[in-house]
Design a protein around this ligand. Structure first.
Ligand code: ADP
Ligand code: MG
Length: 398
């Protein structure tokens, strides 16, 4: 049996017309001899009736935070509705399908509600359905605990469901359907002439996803890579070939940079030794932050100064800790971390120089930089994000 996983994101299941286009993809896979397993997200995006945040707004914040069983159950509803309406659509196309909750599809998790970890996947029911030529339509983003409580898997959960199921049933490939043609050299909402990347390695996509490109969740990439199953990102609304993600790497190795992404909502922190001369806590700051679950990034340690960034959402907690320790620091709010990713930059001199020159030409101040073999990061004020990404996209002819 040749199994294919086909995951449809929120916008792909949001209207009848789109669901009908999604059904065509399932039909086509079946015609090619595949046994499809379909995974669906909640209909629509943030603010729409069945989106996760809308559902959560139906209950009191206090109840939400204290009754985790209830809030996970509520959050799981969007995907449950999608499985049923998608089954209806497939049924209209004479495809026999069975809507399933994550738990019914065998996804067993711990009880770490709202970000549950998958303990195992019992594939019996899925495989039985496939053998009987039925198409399972699985609600993404959810599982069930051993005690029978519905759990959710955290951000990007439906991508993760697709990858987990693919690995468990040894699928031949995992297709992720969305509202863009595939992985592009930059978010097409930011760079109008961004181009499609036809082939890319797990590693590079993982970097993309980790650094903010929302098109696929990093956990899904990790799971697919480990199982060595090709991931294909495609557009539900057309027949474009999309992006193939596997081990073989980028098609165009002559490019130094494969693509650019960014993460907004960063705050830059700077702590000077001279301002904290008699405070022993100065030297413990990194472990104190770690113990308080504040992750830091773009870390530059100098003999007389430490500079790093934190997520702006953690700023209040950070302020509180620093105040308690009597540590003095300065901060720069509203920053964006721009990431230029490409395994082609390894050992190529002058890449940073080109980046800095291109940004200087646009009068964009660079607050901080860092680099690894395959990524260069630049911190800029968020108001310059779009201009910076476009300038760099031009500079490297992406
Ligand atoms: P879905 O609801 O289908 O899961 P997402 O909103 O999670 O869709 O992901 C698709 C979006 O990712 C696109 O609409 C696009 O704006 C954004 N995106 C960000 N970076 C990229 C990129 N490099 N290539 C393609 N899309 C990107
Ligand atoms: Mg998504």
């Amino acid at each position: 049996m040749k199994i294919i996983i086909q995951k449809f994101g929120g916008t792909s299941v949001s209207t009848k017309e789109r669901r009908s286009m999604a059904a065509e993809k399932v039909l086509a896979a079946q015609k090619q001899g595949y046994s499809p397993v379909v995974v669906v997200s909640a209909m629509g995006r943030k603010g729409e009736p069945y989106a996760t945040d809308t559902l959560l707004s139906l209950i009191d914040a206090n109840f939400k935070n204290t009754n985790l069983i209830a809030s996970d159950l509520l959050m799981s509803c969007g995907e449950v509705i999608s499985t049923v309406v998608m089954s209806d659509e497939l049924n209209n196309n004479n495809l026999e399908c069975i809507p399933l909750l994550g738990g019914q599809a065998g996804i067993i998790t711990d009880e770490n509600f709202s970000k549950a970890d998958v303990l195992r996947i019992d594939t019996d029911r899925l495989l039985d359905l496939l053998k009987g030529n039925k198409i399972p339509i699985v609600a993404g983003f959810q599982g069930i605990s051993e005690k029978g409580f519905i759990t959710t898997l955290g951000r990007g959960g439906s991508d993760t469901t697709a990858a987990l199921l693919g690995a468990a049933v040894k699928a031949e490939k995992i297709e992720i359907y969305t509202d863009v043609d595939g992985i592009m050299t930059a978010d097409p909402r930011i760079v109008k002439n961004a181009s499609l990347i036809e082939k890319i390695s797990y590693n590079e996509v993982f970097q993309f996803a980790e650094q903010g490109a929302k098109v696929i969740h990093p956990r899904a990439v990790e799971i697919a890579a480990k199982a060595n199953i090709p991931l294909v990102i495609k557009n539900t609304l057309n027949n474009c070939d999309g992006t193939i993600i596997n081990n073989t790497g980028s098609s165009d190795c002559t490019n130094i940079i494969t693509g650019i992404t960014h993460m907004s909502n960063r705050t830059q922190i700077s702590i000077l030794l001279s301002n904290n001369a008699n405070n022993d806590e100065y030297h413990n700051i990194f472990s104190i932050l770690a113990n308080n679950n504040i992750s830091i990034d773009l870390i530059n340690v100098f003999p007389k100064e430490n500079i790093f960034t934190i997520d702006a959402d953690k700023k209040d907690k950070f302020d509180f800790i620093m105040k308690n320790l009597n540590l003095i620091y300065t901060s720069e709010d509203n920053c964006s971390k721009i990431s230029l990713i490409g395994s082609g930059m390894r050992g190529v001199p002058g890449v940073m120089a080109r980046i800095l020159k291109a940004l200087a030409k646009e009068k964009i101040e660079v607050l901080q930089t860092a680099d690894s073999h395959t990524t260069i990061w630049c911190l800029v004020k968020s108001k310059f994000t779009i201009a910076a990404i476009n300038a760099l996209h031009n500079e490297f002819n992406l």
